[in-house]
Design a protein around this ligand. Structure first.
Ligand code: C5P
Length: 247
């Protein structure tokens, strides 16, 4: 499939622009639109561990699609334009900021290992962190002045990233709670439009968020892959089914 009908016209896939950890991004014949293909791939340790997992691309694509549509309906501006197959979608082409924004509601992952914090304690205030997007450097932590001094984002943009992330956290926390799932933490990426607006980008899936079943305490996200504790698609499938029931 190299062409699709979108918005009453044909969009044709072009060259491969970028291969990420679980996605490929292609140009299209429209300079404002990119074509994303979700891969059946899981990685850990910033890409150092890689495995093929059948069906994961479809699950991530379906979950991401549901969450982007939900956020759009709730007033959060984002890059998602529409789904074109079970594993492919169209997005707005953005100038992606080289910054990962992590939001933490409960202590887990590196927050626990770095600070020797008690796992799963509720965090007040909600913790927001910025990391420099670089696999080669293992995504180092960056503070505001470092980001501004190196020209990766302006002070106004950082305020926007913080505000948008808080709004997204509120919306997603409410939604997941309806699905009996606790949103522990998550990572977001943002990009600039040609006229300087900041939009939410990347994907929204259990690859980028920690999700825990409120009743059983079971992990429903990529931690299952990171810790080799079972079949990661079981939890992803559970997340998708529950979201379909509450959206
Ligand atoms: O590893 P850490 O505890 O810092 O991760 C916090 C959250 O950000 C987790 O939900 C994790 O899945 C996500 N994350 C990510 N991509 C990274 C780093 C963290 O999606 N490169």
């Amino acid at each position: 499939m190299d062409s699709v009908e979108y918005d009453n016209r044909t969009v044709t896939r072009g060259a491969l622009q970028y291969t990420g950890k679980a996605k490929q991004v292609f140009t299209t014949d429209d300079p404002n639109i990119l074509w994303v293909h979700y891969l059946d791939q899981a990685t850990a340790l910033n890409g150092k561990v890689k495995e093929t997992i059948n069906g994961k691309g479809e699950l991530n694509s379906a979950i991401s699609q549901l969450l982007f549509n939900y956020l759009t309906e709730n007033g959060i501006k984002n890059h998602y334009l529409g789904s074109i197959s079970k594993t492919d979608e169209l997005i707005t082409s953005l100038n992606i900021l080289p910054i990962e924004v992590v939001t933490r509601n409960y202590a887990s992952g590196h927050f626990v290992s770095k600070f020797d914090a008690v796992a799963m304690q509720q965090l007040s205030p909600i913790v927001q962190e910025f990391y420099y997007k670089s696999d080669a450097l293992d995504d180092p932590f960056m503070n505001d002045s470092q980001i501004i001094a190196l020209g990766y984002a302006t002070s106004d943009e950082l305020s926007k990233l913080r505000y948008e992330s808080l709004m997204i956290n509120q919306r997603l926390t409410e939604l997941f709670q309806k699905a009996n799932i606790q949103l522990i933490d998550f990572k977001l990426e943002f990009g600039r439009t040609k006229n300087g607006d900041i939009l939410l980008a990347d994907e929204l899936s259990p690859d980028n968020m920690r999700l825990v079943d409120i009743t059983t305490g079971n992990s429903l996200d990529k931690d299952v892959f990171r810790k080799h504790s079972g079949d990661v698609t079981v939890g992803y499938h559970e997340v998708l089914t529950r979201l379909q029931q509450v959206i």
